[in-house]
Design a protein around this ligand. Structure first.
Ligand code: MGD
Ligand code: MGD
Ligand code: SF4
Ligand code: MO
Length: 874
């Protein structure tokens, strides 16, 4: 990286100096008022006000990182003028069109400078004042979350961590440690003998594990059609999710041609959200966690209306009816007879379904006829419907309903996952980046704790080690004892993003040692003993954002500034610790961070028009010398400097090009030659493996799951709304279902502390208008939302676009737990999620029960008026 691209932000300033430094690139909260006196009136205003009012043609535009797990993948540009980020921008590498999409950033990405240069960045290693090494009372664990903080040097920090790691592994062994595959400290822990990890179904919910046993692709992603085919559908059904908020907007473009062509969109879910509105969709309301009941009613109706493609079922599926059972079936039952009530005297009629899912009988019947065999239909699901307890039959059932309509393997038809940058497009990767060459130390301990049970398992001293679902190694429930002494928070927000936050506080206070690497004083840092400041990606050599990327684009970013204050990268921290512990540091990190980036560039490739993968980036010997890296010169489509300046490479598409794709086309054309990955090689409407797996994992009572999809009551959920769990009876203590939409202000917890974003998005709790009225709650009132697991305060946003009985509490607000009152003041979602697991150990964020009331205490002030969370060092 040339020096001129780096910002002259100096390291090692004091906090005072940091504040003073705001004029030279560090953005203090106070300066917000100068830049944007009050909340901008429109989003355009917000964007044009980013940074100073520097003219756009002065200074240098740098491709900067936006690396969060936000559902999008966008080009982020920073205009650096006199060493200060003056403006932010996005993709300008070509004009935007449906054929050649730009990857434009959202307001979060365009506010990134407030994160990297924010006044609230952690600047130095810190130690909790009353914590001392050695375990036992010296840890003063009861003060976690309340203690004061001291600045320590890196030497002291590494010395303390090395000493404690050695002591804990020597005294208690690796099963006394919990970590989660972080890239620095956790690598060292893996090398020390390993740790118990966390098995979390997080994003994918009940689609997380073993979808292949049903005949689906992993997580049911990859077998829908290329985006140019979307316009060939008559109807596109979106089951759950909200990509307008959660996919950075860019993937919505994949459906624009279909929208323009007049394709009918249908949205199935508890709210008529921004995505449904954008597509002018017909809304089919379904209560959270009840999609199984809805789809069973639909399947019954399809049979009743005679709109089932029986030939498709006979040829491509097993287990739909008694005449097509798979070999090895242990149960003489089938789906069709279940639908008709043969085993429980309950036909799964539209009326039966309606009582459970809250959808009208008319809507269920309409939906069944609309998706019948004579129509071209795309049944696209997100995972919001899968992040629910006991929803484990959804994947198999949606696949079954898709097969009943014959909606696989044909143009205009699809059935499968539409998620993040994969939403509405699939097919082989057209462009990609190379392997970094970094080594990875495997964690030798295969046990894991299911995320929703994590904190209670620590308190109980025992855990179900079933692990990452059902595999060769771990199958049946296996309860083990564990006395956890050390928690490493590195790269995942374990307190913030895992259910049962109040229990987390208790469990953490039992520890002897807690470390955290972080940019900010977030929940993990607040409850740790030693906190290490890490660099943001703006301070690193450059890279390619991982997570989701689209098949048509790679995004690349470069360094914006030297590391701020004393921040270090994960790799630097890992290496310091490994050295101190006498571990083989050079073997563990054989490749420098710069060489890793260079390797990714060299290995980048794309598919040319003939279908061949060829190198993407032209690199000369001079480039290699300038970078002081190793590699061979190569010819590609774009020169390295141009590629880095553009910040991306996007394949230009055209109608009828060689890059089209129809999901499952090979299987449908020749099922014998191209079997699905299930045991039978077909879609398994009866899947013995599924039942055996779910029943033996130990999270639901044995026998709960049948080999075919059935309705299973959730531990809370729909039935939990009623006192005696009988739908329609007296309301229970917690007669609402709370779900967690992923929220525009932030990516999970990340960015929640940014003043601009706080001004733009208030983070209210969404309440149905009639429910609110019944409780005397008006829009803008402070409400207390509570259940058996905890309580939180939020300002009410009263709306008609939410089904009665539902409460929408956005995901990711930074915990602000008032222990005296037993209430969180930030609207933190995991306060209301509890120690509840079912099926595959699902984190069922979207179907807990709750109640709410007008709050009698002092009303909340808007989040944007609260001071930033800045640690005062003693
Ligand atoms: N109640 C409820 N809980 C949920 C959800 C929900 O809907 N409701 N959603 C779930 C879902 S879908 C997901 S994916 C999970 C997400 O859960 P997490 O992945 O745990 O969430 P993030 O906030 O993205 O955590 C990333 C953390 O890593 C830090 N970080 C970022 N970059 C670096 C780096 O380079 N090095 C290091 N060391 N740290 C870094 C960030 O500051 C942040 O603290 O949350 C889940 N939790
Ligand atoms: N801004 C922002 N974007 C993000 C994230 C973020 O934190 N912030 N997180 C990213 C990550 S890791 C993920 S996993 C995705 C998640 O994002 P999405 O997969 O889009 O999921 P949600 O935001 O949970 O979807 C919310 C919508 O799903 C519907 N819904 C809720 N429960 C159910 C149900 O049981 N059934 C049905 N049919 N519908 C239901 C509701 O109508 C609600 O409006 O977002 C990604 N994008
Ligand atoms: S959608 Fe995500 S990657 Fe894109 S600009 Fe926004 S935060 Fe950044
Ligand atoms: Mo996720």
């Amino acid at each position: 990286m040339s020096k001129s691209r780096m910002m002259p932000v100096q390291s090692g300033l004091t906090r005072r100096g940091f504040l003073k430094g705001s004029a030279a690139g560090v953005l203090a909260a106070g300066s917000l008022s100068t830049l944007a006196a009050c909340a901008p009136q429109t989003q355009d205003e917000a964007l044009s006000e980013t940074g100073t009012d520097a003219p756009v043609d002065e200074g240098t535009w740098i491709s900067a990182a936006c690396w969060h797990n936000c559902g999008g993948r966008c080009v982020n540009k920073v205009l650096v003028k006199d060493g200060v980020p003056a403006r932010q921008g996005s993709d300008t590498s070509h004009e935007d069109s449906f054929e050649w999409l730009q990857q434009r950033g959202c307001p979060r990405g365009r506010s990134q400078q407030w994160q990297c240069f924010g006044e609230d960045r952690l600047k130095f290693p810190m130690k909790r004042k009353n914590w001392q090494p050695g375990g036992g009372d010296a840890a003063r664990g009861e003060l976690r979350g309340k203690d004061e903080w001291e600045r320590i040097s890196w030497d002291e920090a590494i010395e303390l961590i090395a000493g404690e790691v050695q002591r804990i592994y020597d005294t208690y062994g690796p099963r006394s440690v919990i970590a989660n595959y972080g890239p620095g400290i956790d690598m060292v822990l893996a090398q020390m003998g390993g740790y118990i990890s966390i098995s979390d179904t997080s994003s994918n919910g009940v689609y997380a594990f073993n979808m292949t046993s049903l005949g689906l692709p992993g997580c049911d992603l990859g077998e829908t059609n290329d985006r140019f085919d979307n316009k060939n559908a008559e109807t596109i059904v979106l089951m759950g999710g909200n990509s307008a908020w959660s996919s950075g907007g860019t993937t919505m473009n994949n459906f624009n041609e279909a929208k323009d062509a007049g394709v009918q969109f249908v949205y199935v879910g508890p709210s008529y959200n921004a995505t449904a509105a954008y597509f002018d969709a017909r809304w089919v309301p379904v209560l959270p966690g009840t999609d199984t009941a809805f789809l069973l009613g639909v399947a019954y109706e399809m049979l009743a209306q005679d709109v089932v493609d029986q030939d498709f079922l006979d040829k491509y599926c097993v287990g739909f009816d008694a005449n097509h059972m798979p070999e090895g079936a242990k149960l003489n039952e089938n789906f069709r007879d279940y639908l008709e009530g043969a085993y429980d005297d309950t036909p799964k009629t539209a009326e039966w379904a309606s009582a459970i899912c809250g959808t009208s009988v008319d809507d269920i019947k309409w939906f069944a006829s609309t998706i019948g065999k004579d129509h071209a239909v795309m049944l696209l699901h997100n995972y919001a419907l899968a992040r629910c307890s006991s929803a484990d039959n959804v994947p198999q059932l949606l696949m079954t309903v898709g097969a009943m309509g014959g909606h696989m393997g044909k143009s205009g038809h699809a059935c499968g996952g539409a998620y993040k940058t994969f939403a509405g497009t699939n097919g082989p990767e057209l462009v990609y980046y190379g392997d970094s060459g970094a080594a990875w130390v495997e964690n030798p301990i295969p046990d894991s704790i299911s995320a929703p049970l994590l904190w209670q398992s620590i308190l109980d001293g025992k855990y179900n080690s079933t692990g990452f679902a059902y595999s060769e190694v771990f199958n049946a429930q296996d309860i083990k004892e564990a006395d956890i002494k050390y928690l490493s928070f590195e790269g995942s927000a374990m307190i913030q993003c895992t259910p049962a936050a109040a229990t987390a506080v208790q469990a953490i206070r039992q520890m002897e040692f807690v470390t955290c690497t972080s940019h900010f004083f977030n929940a993990q840092a607040k409850y740790a003993d030693i906190v290490l400041p890490i660099t943001t990606e703006w301070e690193r050599v450059g890279g390619f954002p991982g997570h989701q990327r689209s098949r048509e684009t790679v995004i690349v970013y470069t360094q914006v500034t030297d590391p701020l204050f004393e921040a270090k990268t994960d790799q630097e921290i890992g290496m310091l610790l490994a050295d101190k512990l006498g571990l083989p540091t050079a073997e563990m990190w054989p490749v420098s961070e710069k060489q890793q980036f260079f390797n990714q560039i060299l290995g980048a490739g794309y598919m040319d028009e003939t279908g061949e993968y060829v190198p993407l980036v032209t690199v000369t010997q001079e480039d290699i010398d300038r970078w002081e890296c190793e590699g061979e010169p190569q010819e590609g489509a774009v020169a390295i400097d141009q590629f880095l300046a553009d910040g991306c490479f996007t394949i230009k598409r055209a109608e009828g090009d060689n890059y089209g794709y129809i999901g499952y086309a090979d299987y449908i054309a020749d099922p014998e030659a191209n079997p699905r990955p299930s045991e039978s090689g077909k879609f398994e409407v009866y899947c013995q493996y599924k039942a055996d797996m779910l029943n033996s994992m130990g999270y639901s009572p044995d026998g709960t799951f049948k080999p075919y999809p059935t309705y299973v009551e959730a531990p809370e959920g729909r039935e939990g709304m009623f006192a005696d769990r009988v739908i329609g009876g007296e309301p229970s203590e917690y007669p609402f279902i709370v779900y967690n939409p992923h929220y525009l202000r932030r990516a999970h917890g990340v960015l929640d502390n940014l003043p601009w974003l706080r001004e733009a998005w208030a983070n209210p709790v969404f309440l149905n208008a009639s429910d609110a009225a019944a409780k005397g709650v008006a829009d803008g009132d402070t409400v207390r939302v509570y259940n058996a697991h905890g309580a939180t305060l939020r300002t009410a946003s009263v709306t008609e676009i939410l089904m009665p009985g539902c409460v929408g509490l956005p995901h990711g607000a930074w915990m602000d737990f008032d222990e005296d009152e037993g209430v969180d003041r930030a609207g933190m979602d995991n306060m209301l999620c509890g120690t509840v697991a079912s099926g595959m150990g699902t984190s069922g964020y979207n179907n807990y029960n709750c109640n709410f009331e007008k709050y009698e205490g002092e009303a909340l002030v808007p989040d944007c008026e609260l001071p930033q969370r800045i640690v005062e060092l003693v």
